[in-house]
Design a protein around this ligand. Structure first.
Ligand code: ZN
Length: 494
């Protein structure tokens, strides 16, 4: 990835859509079809798994060992090609008056079904890999059925890359198969430029957030930062600015080793009153009523607004850090561990539970994990390097000038005063300076290199639970589920 101009990368361009009323219906219809297809594929798989297990049990009673029975069992769990083939036989067709399992399929782009079948494959594979220990990280539970109103309304469309049917019309309209031309709320100029530079549209994911629909166009584009011949090299300005240490926190959203602090916008805190009101109103409505639907919409809209604001603020910060510095150093935070509840157990209840819950909320509102994730890919985009500092390094307690380590430094002490050399500075800025000193660079596009114990992890180990278009993972092309993969003898759901 370090040289040559032919390297390509995947990048997503997200747009807010301005659909007409008719188009809104079509969008909802597609999301419904994708949900139906996912559930259908999952049901097919679960049924096959059940039948396979029955067959294995039968073979075992006939005197075979468990291992032999697994090998000889003829029932396998179907993956996308088989699911689709069977679906084609069973689907029926309204235009021919025949009844099948989904005779309405003609109203919807076939890609909505196909990508949902693929998604089911991926969910199944993640579950199996997690059960058999092939997958690192937290355990993945069994895939669950999607329910209208509970799951995210979303679908993905593909096309033939050489004969693109997903394309821009001018800067203001996006044409997609079956959906027609939908007006964009924002300008499509960025995408148009990417296509002019030799980008090729791979797929589009359309999803609803609150009251809005979004289209995320995945583009396979040549990887060169404009104005720079070689990639992944810092610009002169970045060189001059050098490295920056970033201490992510709650008091400040981030403190930089340069002495600057970035305020925490505390989006959740500001939206809290309105959220509480909306949720209370929802709780007071009758189940199944129109008012309840409207109240739920309002809650959803507020949550969505909050998420959008948080994301946009973080994007601004991470882009600035990545474009202005040759190296960005962050701490390797264990966000999940940091935000664990203080509730304790029934026999040993925890203390300060409410206070800890409030702190957890504040930490998650600042979204330190997301900040890190964005820095990871943006650093490689803009020729900067990401460096990560060991999770257990005493960055707050160490003096950044002389290196003396204090034994104690309560959270309430906002200013660091060194008893040895007399250095006085903001506690978070002191930490940011130490982070810059201690951090080790991460190879671009490698993702996390440290596990919970700070030891190196094989770079090929899977790490991201959900692949983002901006990372190495390609959501449109999940790994094929192994055909007839051996189900575990007792599939456990957590
Ligand atoms: Zn000192």
């Amino acid at each position: 990835m370090s040289s040559g101009t032919t390297a390509r990368r995947m990048r997503a361009y997200r747009f807010t859509l301005d659909p007409t009323r008719t188009q809104l219906d079509t969008l909802a219809q597609h999301a419904g079809a994708a949900r139906w297809a996912y559930n259908h594929a999952l049901a097919t798989k679960l049924d096959a798994l059940r039948r396979r297990q029955l067959q294995i049990d039968e073979l075992v009673t006939l005197g075979l060992t468990e291992q032999q029975a697994r090998r000889d069992a003829t029932v396998t769990v179907p993956s996308k090609p088989q699911v689709q083939k069977r679906w084609n036989q069973l689907k029926g067709d309204t235009t021919r008056g025949g009844d099948g399992i989904c005779p309405w399929w003609r109203a919807v782009s076939t890609y909505a079904f196909q990508s949902a079948f693929l998604d089911a494959d991926r969910a199944w594979k993640n579950w199996m890999d997690s059960l058999t220990g092939k997958r690192a990280g937290r355990r993945v539970g069994a895939p669950r059925f999607k329910k209208k109103g509970r799951c995210r309304d979303s679908f993905r469309l593909h096309h033939a890359v050489n004969d693109p049917t997903i394309r821009l019309e001018g800067y203001r309209r996006l044409r997609m198969p079956r959906l027609g031309s939908i007006r964009l709320h924002d300008s499509g100029k960025r995408l148009a430029r990417a296509l002019a530079r030799g980008g090729r549209v791979q797929s589009v994911t359309v999803s609803r957030g609150g009251h809005r629909w979004y289209a995320s166009v995945l583009v396979d584009e040549p990887d060169h930062t404009p104005g720079r011949e070689t990639q992944h090299r810092p610009s002169r300005a970045q060189h001059t600015a050098g490295g920056v240490g970033v201490d992510v926190g709650v008091h400040h959203l981030a403190a930089l080793s340069t002495g600057e602090t970035l305020d925490n916008p505390r989006h959740l805190h500001h939206a809290h009153t309105r959220l509480v009101k909306a949720q209370r109103a929802l709780a007071r409505t009758q189940k199944g009523s129109h008012r309840r639907r409207r109240a739920a919409e309002r809650v959803g809209r507020l949550h969505h607004q909050l998420a959008e604001r948080r994301a946009s603020h973080l994007h601004t910060i991470t882009k600035r850090l990545a474009t202005q510095h040759a190296l960005v150093a962050v701490e390797d935070l264990n966000v999940q561990g940091m935000t664990r509840t203080a509730r304790g157990t029934l026999t040993q209840p925890g203390r300060n539970v409410r206070a800890k819950a409030g702190l957890n909320r504040a930490i998650l509102d600042a979204a330190p994990g997301e900040l890190r994730r964005q820095l990871e890919y943006k650093a490689s985009w803009y020729g900067s390097t990401l460096a990560v500092c060991d999770r257990w390094a005493p960055t707050s307690k160490t003096c950044s000038t002389c290196g003396t380590v204090k034994t104690k430094l309560p959270l309430s002490t906002r200013v660091y005063r060194c008893d040895t050399c007399g250095m006085v500075c903001d506690r978070d800025i002191n930490a940011a300076r130490n982070i810059l000193k201690d951090a080790d660079p991460v190879a671009p596009g490698r993702g996390e290199t440290l596990n919970a114990c700070g030891g190196p992890v094989s770079p090929s180990a899977p790490h991201a639970p959900t692949a983002r278009p901006s990372e190495a993972g390609r959501p449109g092309h999940p790994a094929r589920s192994p055909r007839g993969n051996d189900p575990p003898s007792t599939p456990k759901t957590e």
